[in-house]
Write a protein that binds this ligand. Structure first.
Ligand SMILES: NC(=O)c1ccc[n+]([C@@H]2O[C@H](COP(=O)([O-])OP(=O)(O)OC[C@H]3O[C@@H](n4cnc5c(N)ncnc54)[C@H](OP(=O)(O)O)[C@@H]3O)[C@@H](O)[C@H]2O)c1
Length: 240
């Protein structure tokens, strides 16, 4: 039988890097496979870890990564820790008048379509007869029911779309993989480049290692009945 492996997409990210560091020490996984657009600066492949290139905007790179992963083992844990909130030419919209079609399209590509394509390529590689979990990091601000403040149209909407895509994938996945878990998770506010411009004095942010610990603990606690859900860093379900 192929060895169980863990896969983290977004190896260069604050939370992604912390997840990899934690999973490397988890004896349940013989190997950790890290995916990102560019190789993390301090990365070395070794007996415990392999880096593979993957750009969420290029489905061919995701298909190629999936083929390599299949050769390395059986993924029993997959965490998609990629995401986009701001970039040099992308700022969260404060008002409707700021909406821009190209920015909206990019946010949907990175935050919704990309993780869904990862699910397309990797969920079929998970075992049919044993437990496994797949989590895409979403955000509480993607909750329609929780949206009282407004603003951040593109980020919110792309995370809401992500939640729907992963829930829909979970329904299909359970037909062939009844022990599989497929969810979206909100990591809390975490001190990473994504949240840095919005850090408010006095508002506590989790460190990436703490956030990674929360995410892995929540995944360890979820059974197949929880598949298709959207959960917070504390394991509590978040309204859609
Ligand atoms: N930090 C928070 O407070 C917070 C709160 C709620 C939800 N989240 C969610 O948690 C997840 C991780 O966020 P983070 O805080 O760790 O952010 P981060 O440090 O900015 O990391 C984001 C990651 O996404 C990757 N990425 C962006 N575009 C990509 C693309 N086209 N192809 C492949 N990878 C791409 C980045 O890769 P590059 O290095 O190549 O750009 C990076 O690895 C995101 O989904 C975010 O929305 C974070």
């Amino acid at each position: 039988m192929a060895e169980d492996i863990a896969v983290v997409v977004g190896a260069t990210g604050g939370i992604g890097a912390a997840l990899i560091a934690a999973l490397r020490h988890d004896a349940r996984y013989a190997h950790v496979v890290a995916l990102s657009r560019r190789r993390p600066g301090d990365w070395t492949d070794d007996a415990r870890q392999t880096w593979l290139p993957a750009d969420l905007l290029d489905d061919a790179t995701l298909a190629a990564a999936a083929r390599r992963i299949e050769g390395l083992g059986t993924p029993t844990r997959v965490v998609v820790a990629t995401g986009l909130l701001h970039a040099p030419a992308v700022a969260p919209e404060k008002a409707l008048r700021a909406l821009d079609a190209a920015t909206l399209a990019l946010l949907f590509q990175v935050n919704a379509s990309g993780p869904a394509l990862i699910a397309k390529h990797l969920l079929p590689l998970t075992p049919r007869d044993r437990p496994s979990d797949f989590a895409a990091l979403s955000a509480r601000v993607g909750s329609l029911g929780d949206n009282a403040l407004g603003g951040w149209f593109g980020y919110r909407a792309s995370k809401a779309a992500l939640n729907m895509l992963i829930r829909t994938a979970a329904i299909e996945h359970r037909r062939t993989h009844p022990l599989g878990v497929c969810v979206t998770l909100h990591p809390g506010t975490v001190a990473t480049p994504l949240s840095q411009p919005f850090a408010a004095p006095g508002r506590e942010r989790f460190t990436p290692p703490t956030a990674a610990g929360h995410i892995l603990r929540v995944l360890d606690g979820l059974g197949p009945d929880a598949s298709g859900g959207f959960y917070g860093w504390d394991g509590v379900a978040i309204p859609w």
